[in-house]
Design a binder for this molecule. Structure first.
Ligand SMILES: Nc1ncnc2c1ncn2[C@@H]1O[C@H](COP(=O)(O)OP(=O)(O)OP(=O)(O)O)[C@@H](O)[C@H]1O
Ligand SMILES: [Mg+2]
Length: 294
């Protein structure tokens, strides 16, 4: 089981949209996927796809440890996408951050609850997070098995905020390494890429900062890399959200210069999970057949 947080301390970078799209792609490729909506107060990721079954409990009870995990129907909601289960966000009054701050194991709570056998059948658990620095983001990052995806727009203030906010937050988690806990590698996903010189320049600047390690005084311990796949700024991602469909289903082919939503999700999936390339290739074959046969 891989647990992949989707993070950025800045709001509006596209975390929820792309967490949901990616979860939808992996599920369509036959993987068993759980999308946890870790934006405790605002359920965006968990409301993009309609639910065919809504469990009475969600993130609140999961973290407060009041749900009976031996009965999956208490906590696991089912989306209309086969293979894609959801844990909804249900803390509109934002009680979780205070509760987790006061719990001695607060920052390790998500990591610990995910050890329950209920979660073992999932191939991938994607955890969306709120675009703000808080204990909730820290407990999501600490639940990662190997990797966290950092979503950033190719805009200079956003890149700066990523380094100041997100990387600094990871630095503050370094004491957990002393407990034998390996902090995840942060793989940066550029979202809303544009064909402008400014966007390309910003991308290059970020690449240099990552390559020379100047993003952190502890770059030997905080691993950051840039994903080759970029997601372009395209209507299709907004349309997918409005239609309640993962974007790859809506755009399998395009005559644009930038990749189709399908190709983009395929590339991202192969970068993050090369071990499941055969699954992703099978999905390509069936998409090609659909395009050919109309
Ligand atoms: N690649 C893209 N192209 C065009 N629009 C996009 C793209 N990615 C996201 N958006 C749009 O940007 C807006 C913000 O996206 P989203 O809500 O996913 O961001 P977020 O990082 O989850 O924000 P928050 O931190 O507030 O939770 C949404 O309206 C979404 O449809
Ligand atoms: Mg969001």
């Amino acid at each position: 089981m891989h647990v992949i947080p989707v993070i950025s301390t800045k709001g509006g970078e596209g975390k929820s949209t792309q967490a949901a799209n990616f979860a939808g792609f992996l599920a369509d490729a036959g993987l068993k996927v759980l999308l946890i909506d870790g934006d405790y107060a605002q359920p965006t990721a968990s409301s993009i796809f309609a639910l065919s079954y809504e469990a009475p409990h969600g993130l609140y009870e999961l973290l407060m440890q009041t749900a009976n995990l031996n009965d999956p129907s208490q906590i696991i909601s089912k989306s209309v996408i086969p293979n894609l289960d959801v844990i909804v966000s249900n803390d509109p009054h934002a009680q979780l951050p205070t509760a987790m701050l006061h719990a001695p194991d607060g920052r390790l709570r998500l990591r610990n609850v995910l050890q329950h056998p209920l979660f073992q059948p999932y191939d991938v658990v994607i955890v969306d997070s709120q675009g703000a620095r808080s204990i909730m983001l820290e407990l999501i990052v600490l639940a990662a098995t190997h990797t966290a995806v950092g979503v950033v727009k190719p805009i200079l203030p956003d890149v700066r905020e990523f380094i100041r906010g997100t990387i600094n937050m990871i630095e503050n988690l370094m004491p957990f390494s002393a407990l034998g806990l390996k902090l995840p590698e942060i793989r940066i996903l550029i979202n809303c890429m544009k064909y402008t010189r400014l966007a390309r320049d910003t991308y290059q600047q970020l690449e240099e900062i990552i390559n020379d390690g100047s993003y952190s005084a502890h770059s030997d311990q905080i691993r950051v890399s840039l994903l080759k796949t970029c997601i372009y700024d395209l209507e299709i991602y907004v349309e997918g959200h409005a239609a309640g469909q993962p974007a790859h289903r809506l755009e399998k082919k395009t005559s644009r210069v930038s990749d189709s939503a399908f190709a983009t999700m395929y590339n991202l999936a192969n970068e993050l999970f090369p071990e499941w390339k055969d699954n992703f290739d099978r999905l390509v074959t069936s998409a090609q057949q659909e395009v050919t046969h109309g």
